[in-house]
Ligand binder design. Sequence first.
Ligand SMILES: Nc1ncnc2c1ncn2[C@@H]1O[C@H](COP(=O)(O)OP(=O)(O)O)[C@@H](O)[C@H]1O
Ligand SMILES: [Mg+2]
Length: 310
Amino acid sequence: MGLKPALTGIAYLAGKGISLKRRGLINLEAKKKMNGQHPTTDGGRRTWVKERPVIELVDVSCGYDHSPVFEKVDLNIYQGQFAGIVGPTGSGKTTLLKVILGLVKPLHGTVTVLGQPVQGKAPPFIGYVPQLESVDWDFPVTVEQVVMMGRYREMGILPWPNSRDRRLVSELLERLGLTAYAKRQIRNLSGGQQQRVFLARALIGNPKLILLDEPTAGVDLKTQHDILHLLTEVNLKGVTILLTTHDLNAIAAHLPWVICFNQRVIAQGAPEEIFTTEVLRQTYNSEMMVIKQGPLTLIANSALVLKSHE
Ligand SMILES: Nc1ncnc2c1ncn2[C@@H]1O[C@H](COP(=O)(O)OP(=O)(O)O)[C@@H](O)[C@H]1O
Ligand SMILES: [Mg+2]
C-alpha cells in the first residue's frame, strides 16, 4: 500500500518526460563533476567549464540562540546547476537557504554569493520563493502586487511602478498562466497558484540564482509536475536553481543533483548514485529501501513496506 501511490507518482512524472536523466544529461554531469568540472548553461546549451561557485559556504555553522542547527558545512553550487537539498523536517534545510540569503547570520564561517560575501542583507540577482506555510496570509495583497514587489530593487529611490514594470508583470503573469488571477487576493488562490505567484516575483528581478523552499509541498501531483517543468525551463535559460524538498520519489529522484542534508552534507551527486540505503539511513535516521526499476529509482521506508506485506 505504501508503494502504490509513490509508484503512481513516479510513473506520472516519468510519463510526462520531466526526468532530466532521460535527456541523457545526468550521467555525463555526474562524471564531469567527479573530474572537478561543473555544469553551466551557455545560450541554452550545456557546456562544461571550471569556474568559481555561485554559492560558496566555507566552514559555516548556524543556529538560533547559539544552539547549533548545523556546523562546519562546506558547500559549492555552480553556475547552471539545478540542485535539491533533501533531508527530514528539522534537519536545517530552511536555515541553510536563509544563511545564503543573508536572513540568518552564520555563527561561524563565510558565505559567498556570486563572488560577494553575504553580510546581513540579501545578495543581488537572487530570487527567493519561501515555504508557503511561512507566509503571512492575513496581509491583503493581490497577485500583481506580489509580483511587482520583485521589481522594487530595480526601481531606484522612487518605488513607483512605471509602464515598463507593469508590462513586465503582465507578461510574466501570462507566461505562468496567472493572468486571470491578477487582481485576486493571493490568499484566495490554491497552493499551486500561490507557488507560481512567488516564482513570478522571483523571476521578474532577472535573477541569476533562485532559491525555493519546498516549492512542491502541499500541491497535487499535476501541479508538482508543472512547477518542476517550469523550473527546468528556467534552468535551461541559465538560471541556477537550488530548492529544498522532503519528497524523495516525486521530486528529488528527478533532479540532476541532490544534496542529502541533516545538520551536515551527508552526500551529494546524481540521485541514482547517492540514493543508497546507507546514505538514506544517515540522512533520515531510518531504514529505507532503494528499489531500482529500469531507469527509475524508488525509495520506500522499509518499515512501511514490511507492514504492507503482512
Ligand atoms: N527562528 C527560529 N528560532 C529558533 N529555532 C529555529 C528557528 N527556525 C528554525 N529553528 C530550529 O532549527 C532547526 C532547523 O530548522 P529548519 O532549518 O526550519 O529545518 P527544515 O527546513 O529542514 O525543516 C529546527 O530544530 C527548528 O526548530
Ligand atoms: Mg524547512
